[in-house]
Design a protein around this ligand. Structure first.
Ligand SMILES: *Cc1c(COP(=O)(O)O)cnc(C)c1O
Length: 366
């Protein structure tokens, strides 16, 4: 969708008059959990078919005013992103490959017939928010400020067509360490009845609908004593796709690494970073179809020695056990794999400024 917007956007700032006091903020940052607490400000950039992107603002965090006929509420024309701001030892604050999030938001926008936000405006939005709320970036190990950019169709219209009024927002939420007691391998449940995406569907877009589709199978996973659900392809129920919100990798004894090819899965930025780091270490990385049978047989024969999941929230998480209706692979108390842990250390080391960033992945925000 083309726009006539001036480039790049200027941001108007209205500071909050109700900023949380330091003591309250520190109490939250001492135990932030995930996605429960939000900073004092947010960014909003409206878009209209006539004006394009315009009137970018940093303003106090607060409820949206949305017409009950806003099409996002009816037809789910919505996309989002997820990335973190990391506090380095010297007090500076950095984002990991935010240009990749900007680009992916544009790809998601195309799939959902939403307008594309220019990369410069996406980056400017997160920089403005992190600067004004930088005291909300926690300092404890493995903590971060989670940034949630999202775009919704806000036009009040019940007809089914791409909305002519859209809003882009960014909110921020301090996040505690994902594994406060040390890395624990996850147990995952194989969803044999439900799919998250089909060929030609929205699987490659970061959109709320995919998450809505994952909630029922995710509930099944909990009932089975597992934390996550693994999806197969929707046609043959044979090929491994991904977890509800994480990509998956398999490590062979000979050092080869396999990860499901793109198509119906979400192209994780962690996934692509893991591929780069592994290749740099000399591992052959195969992006291809990988069947559930290959996993099972590979583990039984000893060919497959590690499996892990990855995404921004948990970085890299060892998979301890896969539970299916008729079989199980691995064990809940399996030791995390050596390569899994070493890739995790390297990636988090780059993110927190402990390991040199040879890739130009880090971008300073504050
Ligand atoms: C966001 C997401 C991922 C992980 O992507 P990252 O960019 O690595 O955080 C994987 N799968 C799904 C379905 C996702 O929505």
């Amino acid at each position: 969708m083309s726009t006539t917007t001036a480039f790049p956007l200027a941001f108007d700032t209205t500071p909050s008059s109700a900023r949380r006091a330091e003591a309250e903020r520190e109490a939250i940052l001492a135990d932030p959990g995930f996605g429960k607490h939000f900073t004092d400000h947010m960014v909003t950039i409206p878009w209209s078919a006539q004006q394009g992107w315009h009137d970018a603002v940093v303003k106090p965090y607060g409820p949206l005013q949305l017409d009950p006929a806003a099409s996002v509420l009816h037809y789910a024309q919505e996309i989002f992103e997820g990335l973190k701001a990391y506090r380095w030892a010297d007090g500076s604050v950095w984002a990991f490959r935010p240009e990749a999030n900007a680009e992916r938001l544009q790809r998601s926008a195309r799939r959902l017939s939403l307008p594309e936000l220019p990369e410069a405006d996406f980056l400017s939005a997160i920089e403005h928010l992190v600067k004004i709320d930088q005291e909300w970036v926690p300092t404890a190990p493995e903590t971060s400020l989670y940034l949630r950019p999202f775009m919704i169709a806000s036009e009040a219209f019940l007809g089914v067509r791409p909305a002519q009024g859209v809003d882009f927002h960014v909110i921020a939420s301090p996040a505690g360490a994902y594994f406060p007691g040390g890395i624990e391998p996850v147990s995952i449940w194989l969803s044999e009845d439900w799919s998250r995406a089909g060929r030609g569907g929205m699987g490659a877009a970061k959109t709320g609908g995919n998450y809505a589709a994952s909630l029922l199978p995710q509930a099944e996973a909990y009932e089975q004593g597992c934390q996550q659900v693994l999806f197969l392809d929707s046609e043959e129920r044979t090929w491994v796709e991904e977890l509800g919100g994480m990509n998956v990798f398999f490590v062979y004894r000979d050092g080869r690494i396999v990860t499901p090819a793109l198509g119906t899965i979400l192209e994780g930025i962690t996934r692509s970073s893991v591929i780069r780091l592994a290749e740099q270490r000399g591992h052959g990385v195969e992006e291809r179809r990988f069947s559930i049978a290959e996993w099972r047989e590979g583990v039984e024969s000893g060919e497959i020695v590690e499996a892990f999941a990855c995404g921004t929230a948990a970085v890299i998480t060892p998979i301890g056990r896969l539970k299916a209706r008729d079989f199980e692979i691995g064990a809940p108390d399996a030791e995390p794999g050596a390569l899994t842990m070493s890739l995790r250390d390297e990636l988090t080391g780059i993110q927190y400024g402990r390991v040199e960033d040879h890739h130009g992945w880090m971008r300073r925000l504050a």
